[in-house]
Ligand binder design. Structure first.
Ligand code: SF4
Length: 163
């Protein structure tokens, strides 16, 4: 979709076209993502939400966000893991059918980032709850372009048995 007055960005179009081709060859359909914010400042989540706006419009590249974890191929996690969200994250991950993978977005998903050792951080890390993170996208926050490029780079390395 092209908005009047907003020309398409050639970089996004190029990455998007490759994503679409790669996703189709891996899944034979679209890639479905479930996003859980476990305690972000809101910026990483905003960048993820921006992927679905009319500028990025990632649905046309074969990527969609779903409400039910039972429909998801991958889990996208933003934010430091807060105590209140640890159980919700585990339930979401457990409800997803396999094969599944996990993408963490933003520096605080790994080591707490700017939140450091805040009192509300869960004792476990995200990795402990979801059994290992497969793709981490660094940044504070990463831009939508960085998210798309990292996802493309990752999907292109998926071995055939996991496709
Ligand atoms: S990584 Fe930075 S931008 Fe993202 S949620 Fe954490 S503090 Fe916010």
């Amino acid at each position: 979709m092209t908005l009047p007055g907003i020309p398409p960005c050639p970089e996004i179009e190029g990455v998007g076209r490759e994503l679409k081709k790669t996703i189709l060859s891996l899944y034979g359909r679209s890639l479905h993502l479930r996003e859980v914010d476990t305690g972000s400042c809101g910026a990483c989540e905003s960048e993820i939400v921006a992927l679905s706006n009319p500028i990025y419009d990632i649905q046309r590249f074969g990527i969609d966000f779903v409400a039910s974890p039972r429909h998801a191929d991958a889990l996208v996690v933003t934010g430091v893991l807060s105590r209140n969200m640890a159980l919700a994250l585990k339930k979401t991950y457990d409800a997803m059918p396999g094969p599944k993978f996990v993408i963490t977005v933003g520096d605080c998903t790994m080591d707490g980032g700017v939140f450091g050792a805040s009192y509300y951080r869960a004792r476990q890390g995200i990795q402990d709850i979801v059994g290992g993170v497969v793709l981490h996208i660094p940044g504070c926050p990463p831009s939508p372009e960085q998210v798309l490029s990292a996802l493309l780079g990752f999907l292109k390395t998926r071995p055939p048995k996991e496709r």
